[in-house]
Design a protein around this ligand. Structure first.
Ligand code: ZN
Length: 134
């Protein structure tokens, strides 16, 4: 695993949270994207070398809406950049981690992504992501 690629934060309403985080960082959101397959709308921010992703559920049964119903708004996942996501999935499975996506899926911001179940990682949802290329 390489560096932290981004930190994901679950929010109820991007229209409220986007201006709030723009004020916090002193810089504009550089990208918004809806990932219909995941039931989310996302907004991305850069602070120096770091990236923050805000996520809003687009329906009641979206994983983000369910997360907020259970735990409230807040940090949802930490994403790590990996060079070879399929090799990393294989490695982590062999180490006993519960991989939620055996086959990487298309995530926001041009990435292949896969998640690890938080029950195997001290309650922290871990996202693996690899740049998709063109
Ligand atoms: Zn993410």
């Amino acid at each position: 695993m390489n560096k932290i690629e981004h930190i994901g934060i679950a929010v109820k309403d991007l229209d409220v949270s986007t201006p709030l985080f723009e004020k916090l960082f002193g810089s504009a959101c550089y990208k918004t994207e809806e990932v219909a397959s995941e039931g989310v709308k996302t907004a991305f921010f850069k602070t120096g070398p770091n990236k923050i992703e805000l996520l809003e559920g687009i329906s009641e049964d979206s994983p983000i809406s369910k997360f907020i119903a259970k735990k409230g708004e807040g940090i949802h996942h930490i994403a790590f950049d990996v060079t070879d996501i399929e090799a990393e999935i294989k490695r982590l499975k062999a180490e006993g981690f519960v991989v939620l996506n055996e086959t990487p899926k298309k995530g926001a911001d041009n990435k292949w992504v896969a998640f690890l179940h938080p029950k195997g990682t001290n309650g922290v949802l871990i996202e693996l992501c690899q740049e998709r290329g063109e």
